[in-house]
Design a protein around this ligand. Structure first.
Ligand SMILES: [Fe+2]
Length: 402
């Protein structure tokens, strides 16, 4: 199940925020969380708010409650979807020009990523944000970060990763200093998400769990939360998609997405995110949708290397695997994922999102080059990845019949 050699020969780490509050309407008690972090009343708070939700009732109530609890709130909404480095720089120069004592992000992954790096950049005023690109390149951070997700998928509220667009590609500003101090997960924000966003973000959560568990860096602790995420996504994502007002489904999808932050933080993404982060931005496919499209294909790709892990994932997905051979059970995980993606009306072929056959070679090459994955249990080469994207183009798995 794990790379035992690795576990016994190298240290492992577990990253999650200091505190994760999970509560329906929990956003309305944000002031308490700031107080817990030692932010004095009367202090100025930089609140990065997702522009897509700025006029909605629950975000407005949240800002009001924060003001009523004694904080001076500066609401900042200059956030793009899949933000560019330029967008980040604007937020950084804004936050550096005032005496903010805390940063709060309320929104989808893009908004939370801007909030996380803004706080860290504030504490390193002499550095250009470009210097932060990479892993653990931010020297220090003392400004507290509270993150409230408004979708159920990215896990940015608990992750040490952020993603920004630079040119045609993506770059990450990652590490301990962008990990939020507190995550407040209030499922109420997700009640109004349209079905398409519900499907895409939900599949993003599933891909974080599955990729992080297949990874060579997976640990028993990160897997524990990964299995919870898989179980919840298979139980509740269809319900949340088909009936958005199903509050039970919404609650457990929020729990799934946040739980999947552990395998994402520890195991980290593998081939699925390499391919999706390459074709998604180029062909304007939503990040989570792109991750969902590729997920069954990469599970099949990794099956020979991690059959036990996939068999365990099948069980968590609700498949009765008793009496099955490991390999057969592992194949069931791939089939169940395929079926889920299909049920959510997400395309399973690259053709369906406007990619032509002549794009495949560059897609394979860029996926490997721009997103190398030393944690991948199968070494990634252009030739191997090309086979995966060729199958994706046709909309058929390589061997497994669905
Ligand atoms: Fe993702």
């Amino acid at each position: 199940m794990y790379s035992i050699h690795k576990l016994t020969s190298t240290p492992t780490y577990f990253f999650m925020p200091k505190r994760i509050v999970f509560e329906v309407n929990g956003a309305l008690k944000l002031g308490n969380e700031l107080q817990l972090l030692g932010v004095e009343k009367g202090s100025k708070v930089f609140l990065v708010l997702d522009p897509a939700i700025k006029g909605l009732e629950h975000p407005l109530k949240t800002v009001k409650s924060l003001e009523e609890s004694g904080y001076v709130v500066d609401v900042y909404t200059d956030v793009e979807y899949e933000p560019t480095i330029e967008c980040l720089k604007r937020a950084v120069s804004y936050v550096r020009n005032d005496d903010f004592k805390a940063v709060v992000g309320i929104g989808g992954g893009s908004t939370l990523d801007i909030a996380k790096v803004s706080a860290a950049a504030k504490d390193n005023p002499n550095r250009n944000v470009e210097e932060f690109i990479g892993m653990d390149k931010i020297p220090k951070r003392v400004t507290p970060i509270i993150a409230l997700p408004t979708t159920a998928g990215t896990a940015s509220e608990v992750s040490r990763f952020t993603v920004f667009t630079r040119g045609v590609g993506k770059v990450g500003i990652n590490g301990y200093n962008v990990l939020p101090d507190i995550a407040v997960v209030d499922p109420v924000f997700t009640y109004t998400l349209p079905p398409k966003v519900t499907a895409g973000t939900g599949l993003d959560a599933l891909s974080h769990a599955v990729e992080g568990m297949i990874s060579l860096d997976a640990t028993p602790m990160s897997d524990a939360l990964g299995f919870i995420a898989v179980e919840l996504v298979f139980k509740y994502l269809r319900r949340a998609y088909y009936r958005g007002s199903d509050v039970e489904a919404r609650y457990f999808m929020s729990l799934a997405a946040t739980s999947a932050g552990a395998p994402l933080n520890i195991g980290r993404a593998i081939l699925g995110h390499s391919i999706s982060q390459t074709f998604g931005p180029q062909f304007k496919v939503h990040h989570g949708t792109a991750c969902g499209m590729v997920l069954p294909y990469i599970m099949e790709f990794y099956l020979p290397a991690v059959p036990e892990k996939l068999a365990a994932i099948a069980k968590a997905a609700g498949v009765d695997t008793s009496g099955m051979k490991i390999k057969d059970a592992a194949e069931e995980a791939v089939k169940a994922t395929w079926k889920l993606v299909e049920d959510l009306d997400v395309p399973l072929s690259l053709r369906d999102v406007g990619i032509s056959k002549s794009d495949l070679e560059t897609l394979a090459e860029r996926s490997v080059k721009e997103w190398p994955r030393p944690n991948s249990p199968i070494e990634l080469t252009k030739e191997r990845v090309l086979k995966v994207v060729e199958a994706m183009y046709e909309g058929r798995l390589m061997k497994i019949k669905t």
